[in-house]
Design a protein around this ligand. Structure first.
Ligand code: M6R
Length: 607
């Protein structure tokens, strides 16, 4: 969603801010702006549209070596230049950029208007600029602290004032802020990718904290002025990882990285001597692991689908009752948290508001929540009771791909760990482990068949509607296939259990609506084949995704894709790859913006 960047240092600020915003583009945005101070004048340049529109609008030779920038994803007020950030006070003395939502802005605005402050935008954020101006008495840090005490809602804020050149002040409550500590320069951003070109040394700002920074100094305090000392951490990502490296799109790059990212998620975590896994970050004793009576996964979107696969897996492999629930639903239904329940909050970004708030609700009730996250240092992993980093490397495309297979990897490691504590023998554990280790090379085999999948995508790219059908552990993959297709190609798509189509969706079948059936070589194969025939009998087009050697599929389906055979429980690793490729190629055929689909944000930091 929205992105923030701030810079103080010796270099011209504007190009650094614009480049930082470019790095934040992937989060999703609809307008952008920067504010820099040059010769005692606060220059604000804001544009609805793309960063390039902003770049083109910058005055030639704009100087100034400190400033702030923002990408906006509209919540309050339309997508206009005026509503873009930064927002200034009426006198052009200060400006702010804000991520989050100010829930009490109407009351604050009314109060400020009675004092004569004039509002120029329809946003909730503008109220922060006027509020700080109202409270300003020569010390920006103090004014920001007084202002945030009056705010209700979520915020990551960065502010600057004309009377304090070279000073930026940031404040955080619920929207991430990271301080980048460089050599003679400092950055403040909502996401480390915006600062990776300048520094890898960061300090994560926590909720309730305010940071004051200059080019060579920084100080973090709470809103009551208590000093907070936190150590500098080193970001584990390289600049190269956030480049496209010869691929046309981030999504394509991330799909093709999966053999490596899955391998990385497993690395050092499998032990053939004991046929089990080691997950050091769980922070649980052997006894506590043995005492788990039920697992519940909470997540959103693709991460939720990983949770659905996990719950099927944990029940089958480890004989441990498990389920997955949308975090947004769980939070508001007064969930029952029982002793010996273990919760997993799964989130690529680690910042998804629905998942974070659901996790806090579980913890408030005394439940133990482990995080499965990609972004190191994000809020969910920091607030969880332990967990597993999936080490996928940065996932930039809005459509999640490699994070999904790495989340699966974390769950398969956990399932093996629990299974081996319960009733799985050493030899069964070892053979499962060996097959898990073969997954990256089998994923590569599927990726090598991308050209054939592209042909199928071309054939069906004109469809208005699509059904994805799977059963058992691949039911979740059908849901994921539908999500992938709809979010990047804008084709209406639904995922269903193949068995369920008779209960409703079969009414949608006609010659124009393709159905993609996932047909692994398992106990339900013949039943799925019957479902395929039911669709064919109604003139529906059928695409079958089967296992190498299943030649019968070609006799029934209009088109067939194949994946190598594997253990039935491991099949989602392979069956999801054609879904990702099909969506990607379909979106290309339709001329869609693959990496930044309309209306979507990479990290959904508001409810
Ligand atoms: O960062 P998270 O994993 O918590 O994100 C959850 C969803 O917002 C995310 O998976 C979303 O559904 C993706 N766009 C799916 O491709």
């Amino acid at each position: 969603m929205c992105g923030i960047i701030g810079y103080c240092g010796p270099k011209p600020a504007a190009p650094i801010l614009v480049e930082g915003l470019k790095r934040l583009e992937y989060r999703g945005y609809d307008s952008a702006g920067i504010g820099v101070l040059e010769n005692d004048v606060l220059h604000l340049v804001k544009r609805a549209g793309k960063i390039n529109d902003l770049r083109n609008a910058l005055p030639d030779g704009l100087g100034g070596s400190f400033g702030i920038g923002h990408t906006r994803w509209a919540t309050h007020g339309g997508v206009t230049d005026r509503n873009a950030h930064p927002h200034a006070d009426g006198r052009g003395n200060l400006c702010i950029a804000h991520n989050g939502i100010i829930e009490n802005y109407t009351a604050l605005k009314r109060n400020l208007e009675t004092k004569g402050y004039e509002f120029r935008s329809e946003t909730d954020s503008e109220v922060i600029a006027h509020l700080i101006a109202d409270l300003y008495d020569g010390d920006l840090e103090r004014a920001v602290k007084s202002a945030v005490r009056l705010l209700k809602g979520t915020y990551g804020i960065v502010a600057m004032h004309r009377s304090e050149p070279g000073v930026l002040v940031g404040a955080r409550n619920g929207s991430p802020l990271v301080l980048g500590v460089g050599h003679g320069e400092m950055l403040l951003a909502s996401d480390v990718t915006a600062m990776l070109e300048h520094t890898k040394q960061v300090i994560y700002i926590e909720d309730g904290e305010v940071v004051r920074m200059t080019a060579d100094d920084h100080r973090t305090t709470d809103t009551r002025d208590n000093r907070i000392d936190r150590s500098v951490e080193t970001i584990g990502w390289d600049l190269e990882e956030i480049e496209k490296n010869g691929f046309d799109h981030y999504m394509e790059k991330e799909i093709f990285e999966q053999p490596e990212s899955i391998r990385r998620a497993m690395q050092g975590r499998l032990d053939p001597d004991t046929a089990t896994s080691h997950l050091g970050g769980l922070n649980m004793t052997n006894r506590e692991l043995l005492d788990i009576e039920r697992v519940k996964v909470i997540a959103a979107g693709t991460s939720y689908h990983a949770g659905l696969v996990a719950s099927y897996l944990l029940e089958s492999l480890a004989r441990l009752p498990a389920g997955a629930e949308l975090a947004s639903e769980l939070r508001y239904r007064n969930p029952i948290v029982e002793r010996n329940n273990l919760y997993f909050a799964v989130s690529q970004s680690g910042e998804t508001a629905d998942t974070l708030y659901a996790m806090r609700e579980i913890q408030r009730k005394g439940g133990r929540v482990l995080g499965i996250c990609n972004v190191v240092g994000a809020t969910i992993p920091r607030e969880s009771d332990g967990g597993v980093y999936i080490h996928s490397g940065p996932e930039i495309a809005v459509a999640s791909t490699k994070a999904f297979t790495s989340q699966l990897t974390a769950f398969y490691l956990f399932a093996l760990l629990i299974a081996r504590k319960r009733d799985m023998s050493y030899s069964a554990g070892l053979s499962f482990m060996r097959e898990l280790e073969r997954i990256p090379e089998k994923v590569q085999v599927v990726l090598d068949r991308a050209a054939a999948i592209r042909e199928i995508a071309k054939k069906y790219a004109g469809a208005q509607s699509f059904l994805f059908l799977g059963r058992g552990i691949n039911y979740a993959v059908a849901l994921e296939g539908a999500l992938k297709l709809k979010e990047i190609s804008y084709i209406h798509a639904e995922g269903y259990s193949a068995a369920e189509i008779k209960h409703g969706p079969i009414a949608l079948i006609n010659e124009e609506t393709p159905s993609l059936f996932i047909v692994p070589d398992d106990a339900l194969r013949d039943k799925i084949i019957s479902n395929m025939k039911e669709v064919k009998a109604r003139n529906g087009k059928v695409i079958a995704l089967g296992v190498d050697g299943d030649n019968e599929l070609a006799d029934i389906a209009d088109d067939v894709m194949f994946v190598p055979s594997t253990n039935e429980l491991l099949s989602p690793f392979l069956t999801v790859i054609p879904m990702q490729l099909l969506s990607y190629y379909t979106a290309l055929e339709r001329g869609c913006n693959v990496d930044q689909p309309r209306n979507l944000a990479k990290s959904v930091t508001v409810e």
